[in-house]
Design a protein around this ligand. Sequence first.
Ligand SMILES: [Zn+2]
Length: 400
Amino acid sequence: MWRQLLPIGRDAASGGYRRFAWTRADSECRRWFEEQARGRGLTYEIDRNGNQWAWLGEPARGDAVVTGSHLDSVPDGGAFDGPLGVVSAFAALDELRRRGARFAKPLGIVNFGDEEGARFGLACVGSRLTAGALTVEQAHRLTDGDGVTLPQAMEAAGHDPGAIGPDPERLDLIGAFVELHVEQGRALDLSGDRVGIASAIWPHGRWRFDFRGEANHAGTTRLADRRDPMLSYAGTVLAARREAELAGAVATFGKIAVEPNGVNAVPSLVRGWLDSRASDQKSLDAVVDGVRQAARAHAREHGVTLDVERESFTPVVEFDHALRDELARILGGDTDLRVPVLGTGAGHDAGILSGRVPTAMLFVRNPTGVSHSPAESADEDDCVAGVLALADVLEGLACT
Ligand SMILES: [Zn+2]
């Protein structure tokens, strides 16, 4: 399976993947999914929002056990983020058939569309639409960098955009959803475990900081006469790092806009975007409040005005405790084998679905922690351990 996926949407120069929603590379991935489903004798279908499903058994009773992930990528993404969950799903089914497992419940394998949001700027579009967390009107307004709207892109790829919308009947089919994903951090590498269970997705948000000063000549304006917003911004970046360290959280200024953006001009405006995530709401509030206070102090110090705007926010997602404990029991067995339970700062389709169906996640060790980069990696032995863990979980949840 990896050999077949390897060349699809791969950029020769960077070695990274560019599998954006409803592009040719995405269509090739989707064709691959359909072949894998049909090749295993599974019932294949595409739902109204373009997510692909492969069924073993008839899911009408509402107790289906579903696994899967996504096949699209960020710009120059790695090979594993997404595809590892889909490949492992098919491989786990193969393993269960090899074991002669008898299914008491229907099994579903899913490829959620447009998870990364690389093209239209919003993540998890396929699962959000299905869960009703994105309205049809909002979806119609999504536009890519070339001015192509989501409905236009769907139609060009041969999918009817007129059908998109909430799909509660489909969610009602699912008794449990388990997503396997490469870890996007080093927790398992540090603990020395191949596989872990997710506890929660951290609350996270984005805040825009506007520092307004006065544009002036970089050569003739005395330092004492300047109102330089870059200085306030620089102090704020350092404060964000400090606050995040204090709270055991993360905080990043990764995007900045400067006006007039001239080499020889003191800037009039520096606009920086803060992305911050923490394991709980209180820690996140502490970080953002701390950064805001520091920004205010630095602005005052340099005669600069400050506006802070929260642009987006996602509260903590706690995965279903009963299902999580069930996974720990299945993977831990009767022995004292400890399966690490870890939180994550990254969003997933499983997080979107968790509001509607019992949901859990398995993470596979990533030796460098690097993700959303061509350097993302996972050892073959760890990937096999992930497949076996997923097979154990599916067997425990769906088989007699
Ligand atoms: Zn992913």
